[in-house]
Design a binder for this molecule. Structure first.
Ligand SMILES: CC(C)(COP(=O)(O)OP(=O)(O)OC[C@H]1O[C@@H](n2cnc3c(N)ncnc32)[C@H](O)[C@@H]1OP(=O)(O)O)[C@@H](O)C(=O)NCCC(=O)NCCS
Length: 310
């Protein structure tokens, strides 16, 4: 047996903020946002909905989809940079609301690579037979740390959550290889003081280089070639960065997962949200090879080669 994904779920706030809405808020326009980022609209949570509320919805669906009960979960890992408050963690809040009585719980701070860090951490406990089921949630309410007067960042981000339950799957399926990394010297390019601050050009260069390298590295570690890849699910930050990753793996357009136009950059939530959408659309089937790859503030990055199926 190896470790893989046995259940998935996602949650998105209902309120849509379009590029045309943003035109009324800052000096920008739909054409600029679409051509530079690929984003057309994003979801924004209302004032009464916090990060834990969005995460709870996604987690509940993932547990149902895994066909287990919340009480079966051994560990909850929540990847987020927008927790409701510094403590208790969002993971502990979910533990209570889900009724996951025996689960240990902690948040992971690795920005947009957080879900990759969460999945790889979960794998260690399951591989070693310490835990049977680990719930990993990527969730953000980035709208609460977005400066809605700064056009450089206000157009990029959105709110949402994606979740996965990890457990044992058939040998040969599941997580085949992974890579995690960090470069604290680049922390100055993407950080939060009161709001998100970003040096877009530096982050762009880093992202294109790192996403390509990490994707190739996990394929090599898994003994796979680019031709073996059925689907690429990159962090959904900018269509130009995603396209560069697709081209680096020589993949046709239909093998690139794209949700950035609908949801913007939802940080730790973007990869699991996209995974759920592709699986629900029937585009990912059992035994397909998927490359998941993310990058973010820290700077951090992570990639996973995954063979789909239980
Ligand atoms: C932010 C980003 C879209 C900017 O695109 P770009 O092609 O690099 O654009 P530039 O930075 O060269 O800026 C071009 C011009 O557009 C302007 N501009 C920036 N935001 C704008 C907006 N929302 N609307 C209109 N104009 C805008 C800039 O002020 C700049 O004007 P100037 O040349 O007069 O100074 C791009 O750099 C990017 O995606 N970077 C990575 C960001 C990221 O992924 N962050 C999340 C990491 S998890």
């Amino acid at each position: 047996m190896s470790t893989g994904v046995i259940g998935i779920g996602r949650a998105l706030p209902e309120k849509i903020l379009t590029n045309f809405d943003l035109e009324k808020m800052v000096d920008t326009n739909d054409e600029w946002i679409r051509t530079r980022t690929g984003i057309e609209e994003r979801r924004i949570a209302d004032d009464n909905t916090n990060t834990s509320d969005i995460g709870y919805e996604a987690a509940k669906k993932a547990i149902e989809n895994a066909n287990i009960s919340a009480e079966d979960i051994d560990l909850i890992l929540v990847a987020t940079v927008t927790p409701d408050q510094p403590f208790p963690s969002v993971a502990c809040m979910l533990q209570e609301r889900l009724g996951a009585k025996k689960a240990a719980a902690l948040d992971i701070s690795a920005a947009c690579a957080g879900f990759m860090y969460g999945m790889v951490t979960a794998k260690q406990f399951i591989d070693n037979n310490v835990y049977k089921y680990v719930l990993v949630v990527g969730v953000e309410k980035l709208s609460k740390i977005t400066n809605w007067e700064d056009r450089n960042t206000a157009v990029l981000f959105g709110d949402g959550a994606g979740a996965a339950v990890l457990g044992k799957v058939t040998e040969g399926r599941g997580i085949l290889s992974f890579e995690l990394g960090a470069d604290g010297t680049g922390g100055k390019h993407l950080y939060q003081d009161d709001f998100i601050q970003m040096n877009g050009r530096e982050v762009f260069k880093f992202a294109v280089r790192q996403m390509g390298e990490s994707s190739e590295n996990v394929l090599e570690k898994a003994g796979l070639s680019k031709e073996d890849v059925d689907f690429l699910i990159p962090h959904q930050a900018n269509i130009r960065i995603m396209e560069a990753s697709r081209q680096r793996l020589n993949l046709p357009e239909e093998k690139l997962s794209k949700t950035v136009h609908k949801y913007g950059n939802t940080s730790a939530a973007s990869i699991p949200i996209s995974l759920v959408e592709e699986v629900e659309a029937g585009k990912i089937k059992d035994d397909d090879v998927i490359v998941l790859v993310g990058f973010g503030g820290g700077l951090t990055w992570g990639a996973i080669a995954l063979r789909w199926g239980k």
